[in-house]
Design a protein around this ligand. Structure first.
Ligand code: SF4
Length: 495
């Protein structure tokens, strides 16, 4: 007998959340998928991190059966497998248990049975529960209970930021588990309504008429910005920095689309003069006086310094917490010419002593230490300090010499407006029309370097390990060169 074709689900967890953020994003995703912006490495890294944490959390309920499908396109098989496992009753724990109801399919991280009653748990890699996670839970509960399985509890497990490792990892302390049962029950009716509305949106013949707004960046950067924002004028009011987003969109929707049109409405117009000039010309504008002062007021010998970090979600060392940022490499160069000094800590070693040795040398050779994001570098150094109490004075002295290149942009000495402010030396260089030094493939953002360094801890294969170390060393040196290029650019702009 020919097999009856399985009906494809209209919504999933991710499309439901997308639709809550902006129904138009859901419509475009379902009907004009090709209009999506390319997935950024940051988004990919975030997704990978979530997967790793999800797998790790299985130790909360070990020994379960995995019901996940081979690919995302085979969710229907996963639903069948879950139903069969529940029916057979041989296991009390199912990972990635999938359910379908009213054309919505969801996969739950952990389904477990206690005292004969099924309970659900969703795992999150973040350190707090957001509104999005609450809606995510509400959808899952709606679908699971609608499909016929009564859940005695529904909880979210997320990372306990206050956990400090002492000896072996205590998985039950590493995660915080919070029941959302009463919340998801309360939202049941509303969830059903939202599902119906979003299904209608997905089936529309043409894109819903939804203007751009603060929802384009919150809670997540939308993947259709390139499409929806393409007609925004070059001198748009939305480029003004230092004005709340709501206000800028209000002006934009009132038809005051160019920045110059709102100048008279600004509270302190003088503060925005340089920005206005830059927006109108579409060029970089530097306040030469202030920039020169900023670049030249520094005492003595100058060096450029940058650390590279790793932040394991499961702490690797005693006295450290989840996502604790630890340096795995440091870089420095004199400001006069590019002469890179890079040091990578051998994977598997606690970095405090080695890094401090490097700091001692840089500290000896410099009176001013240029960095990008001084408060970040400072927080890492402050943390290291507790592990090398005999070097406390050295670290304090090092910190006191830090000077932040990023301040030139934050304080408006150099302005070139954009809708979102670039936040790394590489992005700033590109934004200002300069070519950054290329970073190694697949190690172009700190999160990727972090993931690779952590992978090196587990790697047995010598050649692969060697390759990884080389890649990371190139990453550290080339990023350092970009900071050096940024420094040179600031010098050029100041004269
Ligand atoms: S870019 Fe903005 S308006 Fe367009 S789909 Fe995304 S959130 Fe909606």
């Amino acid at each position: 007998m020919p097999q009856k074709k399985k009906k494809k689900a209209v919504l999933s967890k991710s499309t439901f959340i997308k639709g809550l953020q902006c129904p138009k994003a859901l419509y475009l995703y379902k009907n004009r998928y090709f209009l999506r912006d390319p997935v950024s490495p940051e988004q990919r890294a975030k997704f990978n991190r979530g997967t790793i944490v999800g797998v790790y959390a299985r130790d909360l309920f070990p020994g379960g059966v995995d019901a996940s499908p081979k690919t995302h396109f085979q969710m229907a098989q996963s639903v069948e497998k879950t139903a069969a496992l529940i029916e057979e009753g041989q296991t009390d724990v199912i990972y990635e248990a999938a359910f379908s109801f009213e054309d919505v399919v969801v996969a739950l991280d952990i389904l477990y049975r206690e005292n004969g009653q099924w309970k659900g748990m969703e795992v999150k890699s973040s350190r707090k529960i957001s509104d999005t996670y609450r809606w995510d839970a509400a959808l899952q509960y709606y679908v699971i209970s609608g499909s016929g399985l009564e859940l005695k509890d529904f909880s979210i497990a997320y990372i306990n930021k206050d956990y400090v490792r002492q000896g072996d990892i205590n998985i039950h302390n590493l995660f915080i588990t919070e029941s959302l049962l009463s919340h998801v029950k309360k939202l049941k009716h509303e969830t059903g309504e939202k599902i119906s509305q979003l299904k209608e949106v997905a089936a529309l013949k043409k894109s819903p008429d939804i203007p751009i707004g603060t929802q384009c960046h919150s809670p997540y950067p939308c993947e259709f910005i390139g499409h929806c924002w393409k007609k925004i004028p070059r001198d748009s009011v939305l480029k003004l920095q230092g004005i709340p987003g709501e206000q800028k969109f209000e002006w934009h929707h009132q038809g005051l689309q160019s920045a110059g049109q709102v100048y008279d409405q600004l509270e302190n117009p003088a503060d925005f003069q340089k920005q206005m000039e830059s927006i109108e010309k579409g060029e970089t504008v530097a306040d030469k006086g202030l920039l020169t002062q900023f670049m030249t007021e520094n005492p003595g010998r100058e060096k450029i310094y940058q650390s590279a970090y790793f932040a394991p979600v499961v702490p690797l060392f005693d006295q450290t917490s989840p996502y604790q940022h630890l340096p795995f490499a440091v870089f420095s160069t004199p400001v006069e010419h590019f002469n890179p000094q890079a040091h990578l800590v051998k994977p598997g070693m606690f970095p405090a002593k080695e890094i401090t040795g490097q700091l001692a040398q840089i500290n000896q050779e410099a009176d001013t230490i240029w960095v990008f994001d001084a408060s970040y570098e400072k927080s890492i150094l402050e943390f290291l300090r507790q592990f090398v109490p005999d070097q406390s004075e050295l670290i304090q002295n090092f910190i006191s010499k830090l000077k932040d290149m990023g301040q030139a942009f934050e304080k408006g000495y150099v302005i070139k407006p954009s809708f979102i402010q670039p936040d790394t030396p590489e992005k700033i260089l590109q934004h200002l029309g300069q070519e950054p030094q290329e970073l190694p493939p697949k190690i172009i953002i700190p999160q990727q370097a972090d993931a690779l360094y952590q992978k090196l801890w587990r790697l047995e294969e010598v050649e692969e390990k060697h390759e990884g170390v080389n890649g990371l060393t190139t990453y550290v040196v080339n990023r350092g060169e970009n900071l050096f290029r940024l420094f040179k650019l600031l010098k050029t702009l100041s004269v």
